[in-house]
Ligand binder design. Structure first.
Ligand SMILES: [Zn+2]
Length: 412
């Protein structure tokens, strides 16, 4: 060994203390950042002030920041360190139209940023290992920013991704429908083009596009008997003609097709496509079949990582019940991250009762003492979990093994 080489040691006690101290020292500023986002609610893809404030906050504290990633002006990536493994925290900051922060994403923002600050402070005690990434992920409530970011390869090279979503007193770890699972989901739009004619005088000269849409509904209703109980197909007619005395030359319907896995969803979409093609065939209308948005995958929660996070949550005073892995019927953009990187999103309570979500009650809870106190506790637990993932190679190997098995089981 030459004199210029440094011997890197892992000092776990010092690392943990540094993480917790960094979060505690920044608590006032983190809460101020969250209050700023709460007071200036911005909806999906318009989170200019929130995104700038979050990215600036991290940059001022030593993170290298890249703004406008994945073609999304309000997305960002911030990082410290250049070792292995890479641990990512995901921050959201979009609000709900007409309501404000009725989902508490102003707290999600500082949970991820706080955890990132904590882990960054711990890195010097981890023997040159590790990199911490904080991703600003816009448009969770609409569009699905994480879907676009995952498809753009933003999470390539990340070894584990963690995040937290506020909830009520029945919060569990992991979250997502209380189970860690969600349905894959895609929007399907079918447009039928027919031929207009007088609906009474010469209907035989018309091609009725609305009839094609009606046959699609009939076909899908017949299909329902033969799909698994965890699949969902639900739709509306977005265009059905103008007046009853003109044979509709254009009609359109939109459906959400959901299933337990991305593969099962794709199979179901093909059955829906054949129904639409059949409807075109029997009516003579022509069909345009589109999926105008990228699909949400199903959430692959990493229960190994969730369990370790749960231990740290308990240690910082948030003793949450462990979720049972069972089908969850919602869909989330986190799921697309979970196909790329072992992922866990925990829930945590910001009110001491069960209340309606996306409500004024949540707007108030998202700017409450309990809300901030528990968000900072979650940030500490996520930072401590990040330290474990960096220093405990057996833990990370188990996390990656579960991830590989879960993907293989889905044929992904
Ligand atoms: Zn939310």
């Amino acid at each position: 060994m030459t004199a210029t080489m440094q011997v890197h040691d892992v000092d776990l006690t010092a690392a943990r203390a540094a993480a917790v101290n960094a979060i505690d020292a920044a608590a006032g500023e983190l809460i101020a950042l969250s209050k700023f986002i709460h007071a200036n609610p911005e909806t999906a893809l318009e989170e200019e002030r929130a995104s700038a404030a979050c990215a600036g906050f991290l940059e001022e504290r030593g993170f290298a920041v890249e703004r406008g990633i994945a073609g999304l002006p309000t997305a960002f990536a911030a990082s410290v360190g250049s070792g292995e493994p890479r641990i990512a925290y995901l921050s959201e900051y979009d609000a709900l139209p007409g309501l404000g922060h009725g989902c508490g994403h102003n707290l999600i923002a500082i949970a991820g940023i706080g955890a990132g600050l904590g882990l960054a402070a711990a890195l010097p005690h981890l023997g040159g290992r590790g990199q911490v990434d904080v991703f600003g992920t816009p448009a969770e409530e609409a569009v699905g920013g994480k879907v676009i970011m995952a498809n753009a390869g933003v999470f390539a090279g990340v070894d584990a991704a963690l995040g937290a979503h506020p909830g009520t007193s029945d919060a569990v770890c992991p979250t997502v429908e209380g189970s860690g699972q969600s349905l894959a989901c895609v929007l399907v739009r079918m447009s039928f083009h027919g031929r207009a004619a007088h609906a009474a005088a010469d209907p035989f000269n018309g091609i009725n596009a609305l009839n094609a849409v009606i046959e699609v509904f009939n076909g899908i209703n017949a299909l329902r008997q033969h799909i698994t109980a965890d699949a969902r197909i639900h739709g509306i007619i977005t265009h059905g003609g103008h007046v009853p005395n003109v044979v509709p030359d254009f009609a359109q319907a939109e459906f959400f097709v959901r299933a337990a896995t991305l593969a099962a969803m794709n199979e179901l979409v093909e059955k829906v496509r054949r129904i639409a093609e059949g409807a075109a065939l029997i009516t003579g209308a022509s069909l345009e079949f589109e999926m105008p948005e990228d699909a949400n995958a199903d959430m692959i929660t990493n229960y190994t990582m969730a369990s370790r996070l749960g231990q740290h949550l308990a240690a910082v005073g948030l003793d949450l019940p462990e979720a049972k892995p069972e089908p969850g019927m919602g869909s989330t953009d986190w799921a697309n991250v979970s196909y790329e990187v072992p992922s866990v999103e925990t829930s945590f309570p910001i009110v001491d009762r069960v209340c309606t979500w996306h409500s004024q009650e949540v707007v108030e809870a998202a700017d409450s003492e309990m809300g901030y106190a528990n968000t900072l506790a979650v940030a500490r637990a996520m930072a401590l979990t990040g330290i474990d993932l960096i220093v405990d190679s057996d833990l990370l190997a188990s996390v990656k093994d579960e991830f590989a098995r879960a993907k293989a089981a889905r044929g992904a």
